[in-house]
Design a protein around this ligand. Structure first.
Ligand code: AMP
Length: 121
């Protein structure tokens, strides 16, 4: 499967559609999910064109991988949900059909601001 240049997150990265931005740096863009499932529901996406986590770990450079992981922690701190700035959060990434992935650009969800509950619903 090749990367779909017209997926919604690619359009957000190109500035073609708006987002409620939380953070942006060389490696990541983070914004609020349009359909929040918890009190705080943020998304963190890499700037590069990667379909999912497996695509990313196969093709991304070490600095992109480090930059992306650090971006997730930075956003959690900024939102006040990390363990040092808050009381914790959950992060997850859906991969492919069985994983329930809807948008084919790698993204991590960050849920917090309230008790999250069971690991898998
Ligand atoms: P997934 O099912 O893991 O692919 O999640 C895709 C997520 O993207 C869902 O939680 C959607 O609510 C969210 N989403 C879709 N379109 C937008 C958008 N324009 N801005 C922010 N979040 C979006």
């Amino acid at each position: 499967m090749s990367y779909d240049e017209n997926n919604i997150f690619a359009k957000i990265l190109r500035g073609e559609i708006p987002c409620k931005k939380i953070h942006e740096d060389e490696y990541v863009l983070s914004f609020y999910d349009i359909n929040p499932q918890k009190k705080i529901h943020a998304l963190v996406i890499p700037k590069g064109k990667y379909i999912d986590l497996d695509d990313f770990t196969t093709k991304a450079s070490p600095s992109e991988i480090v930059g992306f992981l650090k971006g997730i922690s930075f956003v959690a701190k900024k939102l006040g949900i990390s363990v040092d700035t808050g009381t914790g959060y959950r992060t997850l990434s859906n991969i492919g059909d069985h994983g329930g992935q809807e948008v084919p650009h790698l993204h991590f969800h960050l849920f917090g601001g309230e008790k999250i509950g069971k690991m898998v619903l």
